[in-house]
Design a protein around this ligand. Structure first.
Ligand SMILES: *Cc1c(COP(=O)(O)O)cnc(C)c1O
Length: 456
């Protein structure tokens, strides 16, 4: 018997997942190991522990433990804004006049405005537990820096954020949120690091990039006693922490006998998508159920759909370990699209392997179509979505419209990763009809691919 499905399915606090799920344990083909940038041999625990907190380095390397306990302190923090609701998009379904059933998992219900807080608090916790003084990181659009500032304030850790210069100038309010939570924010490239000075000399007046800010943050961590570097996406550990999204979604689905046919998420570095799909992917890998998974990326930065699967640098200065991933090359400069959180040249090595094995699909969408979907969604569902999240909305709507044509009553689940209040400049461009679509040419992509390290 089908239960009446409420607009919002909230789990009880007591139903919060107590463990993260490590999908690598169920993967037959494991993601390729990180490589030390100097020796080009697999990074050891000892080497990784120079850059990351030790417990996080362990999580990074752990391909075999399926469930990892969430420490009580992190659970307590999660309780401030979780469980996050699974929402039945009744209003969107009605507006689309589709027989499809649409659900979204909403992660925008905290001040940082996105899912990134799920990993920020975990990373800050392990840094604190190790007795460190503080952490350094980069931020592009600012969501990760904001989330980390909140987590560090809660745990009384020093937080140093290298913010891509163009965002530092264009998003002063994000910067002020971080400072309000006590973080030091430095525009990158800066003159405070060797790599920053070098880049400033080479490219005077540069607007900066994520890859450059990462190099600065790593250097800053290594230069200071009692500091480690933390990263907001791409890494296995981040994907692991984000599985709280998928585990909650899975539990909410079970409660109401909801069986998604298609699960959709936007993909920047892959952490929200990986976190959402992992538990469902686990069912698929173990042969218990089948799902279609779709990664949605911007056509301006299409690492899965137009990149290559190979070892590449994660940052401009090549100080981070190398990762085997779908990549456009670490020197690829995505055009200044408005989905800052999706402007990264590479992809999580877990998702890259799953995609390469044909277990997940990927598609790319153009910016103006994304904002059209965002606007449509905001008007009927009420939430003003982040541009990044709206990539998933766009494809969810497309799939629902296909159901309308065929009459199929498919169940669609997508990740609504955050809210877009700090992206109103982008919405303004769209509303004024002056937003463009930029798709890199094959030549541009090939140029950057040609500069990649040749290892395999
Ligand atoms: C950072 C961000 C993303 C993309 O990052 P992933 O690691 O790919 O999840 C998506 N949505 C929002 C709102 C973000 O802030």
């Amino acid at each position: 018997m089908n239960k009446e499905i409420p607009y919002k399915i909230y789990l009880e606090e007591s139903e919060l997942p107590k463990q993260w799920y490590n999908v690598r344990a169920d993967m037959k083909n494991k993601p390729a190991p990180l490589l030390n940038p100097k020796t080009l041999k697999p990074s050891t625990l000892e080497e990784l522990s120079q850059v990351f907190c030790e417990e996080l380095a362990k999580q990074e390397l752990d391909d075999t433990t399926p469930y990892i306990d969430i420490p009580q302190e992190i659970l307590d923090f999660y309780k401030m804004y979780r469980p996050a609701p699974l929402v039945r998009a009744y209003c969107l379904e009605k507006a689309l006049d589709t027989p499809a059933k649409i659900y979204y998992k909403f992660e925008g219900n905290n001040t940082s405005g996105s899912h990134k807080l799920n990993s920020a608090i975990a990373q800050a916790y392990y840094a604190k537990k190790q007795g460190l003084k503080g952490v350094t990181t980069e931020t592009g659009a600012g969501q990760w820096g904001t989330a980390l500032s909140m987590a560090c304030a809660y745990l009384d850790l020093d937080c140093n954020v290298y913010m891509v210069k163009v965002s530092y100038e264009q998003k002063p309010f994000r910067r002020e949120v971080m400072r309000t939570y006590g973080a030091n924010v430095t525009p990158s490239p800066s003159m405070t690091t060797e790599v920053g000075r070098k880049i400033n000399e080479q490219f005077p007046g540069t607007n900066g990039s994520l890859g450059c800010a990462i190099s600065e943050a790593v250097e800053a961590a290594q230069a200071k006693e009692g500091y480690r570097y933390v990263l907001g996406s791409v890494l296995n550990q981040v994907l692991l922490h984000q599985t709280v999204i998928g585990l909650e979604a899975q539990a909410a689905c079970k409660k109401y006998d909801i069986k998604p046919d298609i699960i959709i998420g936007c993909a920047g570095g892959g952490s929200n998508l990986g976190g959402l799909i992992s538990p469902f992917m686990g069912e698929k890998l173990r042969g218990e159920a089948d799902y279609r998974f779709i990664a949605v990326e911007p056509s301006s930065c299409p690492s899965l759909t137009r990149g290559v699967y190979a070892y590449d640098y994660c940052d401009t200065g090549a100080v981070c370990p190398l990762s085997k991933m779908y990549t456009l090359g670490s020197t690829f400069m995505p055009s200044s699209s408005h989905a800052g959180g999706l402007r990264y040249h590479g992809m999580s090595s877990v998702l890259s392997q799953l995609y390469d094995d044909g277990l997940m699909e990927a598609t790319s969408v153009e910016q103006t179509s994304v904002f059209a979907a965002a606007t449509q969604f905001a008007r009927v569902e009420g939430i003003l979505p982040a541009p990044e999240s709206s990539h998933a909305i766009k494809v969810a709507i497309d799939e629902a419209m296909k159901c309308k044509e065929t009459g199929e009553e498919k169940t669609i689940l997508f990740g609504l990763t955050g809210t877009g209040y700090f992206d109103m400049y982008a919405y303004q461009k769209f509303n004024d009809g002056v937003m463009g679509d930029y798709i890199p040419t094959d030549d541009e992509i090939n140029e950057s691919l040609a500069r990649m390290p040749k290892l395999d």
